[in-house]
Design a binder for this molecule. Structure first.
Ligand code: CP3
Length: 332
């Protein structure tokens, strides 16, 4: 159990906890080596040993306070029997959405398909380098999963047709049920914190927030809390993180880079995570430090977990990541 969890539990920590979204990714040459030899991304996620190796790669380089399992939010559509492939220079592409078929999948079917993920969590949590830290498990947000299942690729903007999708209430219920199962299995196998990535929450119309964001997320947050595990939410780019926190009551909230850190530190009481623009890691060192300092200063009297407003970008120099981690660790 690490200082990340201490921070969320409102305990004093020796330094500001730090980890990054996409800390194991294409910006690392050792990741690219493995990825080059494993062209099927889903199969790579389902190779527990290789996925463990990838999960540990950033921890071997940097003084991070948490590992996040190498996996993907689209393993839920995969487990629900919708085809998912990742194409080079395109991203994810999903197969036909057959809701009838999806509703037929049982917990046993799902667990069978995702077994390697749970094995990955288990063998990773037993690693010496992870034992004193936190091991973050995750799911996609219900809305973001639904959107990928409907749109079948990353959306550029929202097609209003999704709101008319027939049998959507049954599908949403099935997604929520699967998310809960996936969270429970990750926790049983050693995840100490859960993060919910709702990357496309910002596309939702104001009058759709209750049905597609607040209600399902509240249900999942309460479920996770009842399992005794802290949950961080990242409803990316929503208008009001304050309203989200008031309704959903996560244990911590990740903000995006458009949020003013000073303003939000006054509005929200729970621990805050992230914020810094991933582009700042492409600047020269002093400008990168300046931006990092803005967040560290703004949250000096607030529980804060250093992270970014989105994932580390593939063109990032690992040396900058190292310098940034050290800068955060030395900040007093
Ligand atoms: O953060 C981590 O290090 C943990 C692992 C992780 C991955 N994806 C690995 C990955 C996590 C938490 C995710 C979440 C995820 N996956 C989200 C939510 C966060 C976000 O990025 O908005 C989404 C929307 C997905 C779906 C997805 N997976 C897309 C759209 C893509 C292709 C585009 C891209 O960003 O590269 C992926 C591929 C993916 N998932 C990679 C990694 C390391 C890149 C793999 C590669 O191309 O070699």
């Amino acid at each position: 159990m690490g200082i990340l969890k201490d921070c969320i539990n409102n305990k004093k920590t020796s330094s500001v906890p730090v980890w990054f979204m996409r800390q194991a990714g294409r910006y690392l040459p050792e990741f690219r080596d493995i990825r080059f030899k494993n062209t099927n991304f889903i199969n790579l996620c389902l190779n527990s040993k290789l996925a463990k190796e990838i999960t540990l790669q950033p921890l071997k380089r940097f003084e991070l306070d948490a590992a996040i399992i190498f996996s993907d939010i689209l393993l839920i559509p995969y487990a629900l029997d919708q085809e998912v492939v990742f194409e080079k220079n395109f991203g994810p592409r999903l197969g036909t959405l057959n809701i009838k078929n999806i509703l037929k999948t049982t917990h046993e079917d799902i667990i069978k398909k995702l077994k390697p993920v749970y094995e990955l969590v288990k063998i990773t949590s037993n690693e010496q380098i992870v034992r004193k830290k936190d091991l973050i498990g995750f799911v996609g947000g219900t809305w973001t999963i639904l959107l990928y299942m409907f749109n079948k690729k990353s959306p550029k903007n929202l097609s209003e047709e999704i709101y008319q999708l027939s049998d959507q209430d049954k599908l949403i219920k099935k997604i929520v049920d699967t998310q809960k199962l996936h969270i429970k299995k990750q926790i049983e196998n050693g995840s100490t914190i859960i993060q919910i990535f709702d990357s496309w929450a910002g596309l939702l119309d104001e009058n759709k927030l209750y049905k597609y964001l607040y209600e399902p997320t509240l249900e999942i947050v309460e479920y996770t809390k009842n399992l005794g595990v802290k949950v961080i939410c990242f409803p990316r780019s929503i208008e009001s993180y304050k309203k989200f926190c008031d309704i959903v009551k996560p244990d911590a909230i990740n903000i995006d880079y458009k949020v003013d850190p000073y303003k939000i530190s006054e509005q929200i009481e729970i621990p805050i995570q992230g914020g810094m623009d991933p582009n700042s890691l492409l600047l020269d060192r002093n400008d990168m430090y300046k931006d990092a300092k803005k967040y560290l200063d703004a949250f000096k009297n607030h529980k804060y977990i250093f992270n970014l407003g989105h994932g580390i970008m593939p063109k990032t120099d690992p040396e900058n990541v190292k310098a940034l981690v050290n800068f955060v660790k030395e900040f007093k």
